[in-house]
Design a protein around this ligand. Sequence first.
Ligand code: INI
Length: 157
Amino acid sequence: MGKTFEGRFDARGQQIALVASRFNDFFTSELVEGARDCLRRHGVEDAQVETCWVPGAFEVPLAAKRFAQTGRYAAVICLSCVIQGDTPHFHYVASELTKGIAQVSLDADVPVVYGVVTAETLDQAIERSGTKAGNKGFDAALTALEMIDLFARIDAG
Ligand code: INI
């Protein structure tokens, strides 16, 4: 039987980037705090976590790409909140955000993580930003930690 590779939640000593959108920052600031909290609890020091703020979800993939291309970070975590309004606008923004992050993720050499709240109502957004349904930022940081360690193990062979 060949090897099985599985990441642990360990990225001590690594630099991690957060890309957060200001649109709906009532929620995205909670996602940023959730991500920082998760990283801190797993031994990543605050000084190793760098954050950039972009206007809205649509701008997130481009900033994530820019961060990933620097080669300075072990992972890039994207944090956004898209909430349905009275028009289909929400669907276009959420769709471009999702496609963009997927594309950046496949082109990057490091994990690019989707820490996005897509909600039909404010209640759903509240539930996913640190209340009943957890915190999507915390979950995304956990995914980043696992993927960083997984890639290190795969590279080590
Ligand atoms: N940006 C968001 O981050 N969330 C939203 O819910 C949202 N909606 O629905 O309009 C949103 N729009 C702004 C968009 O991301 C861009 O910043 C803007 O269109 C400029 O390119």
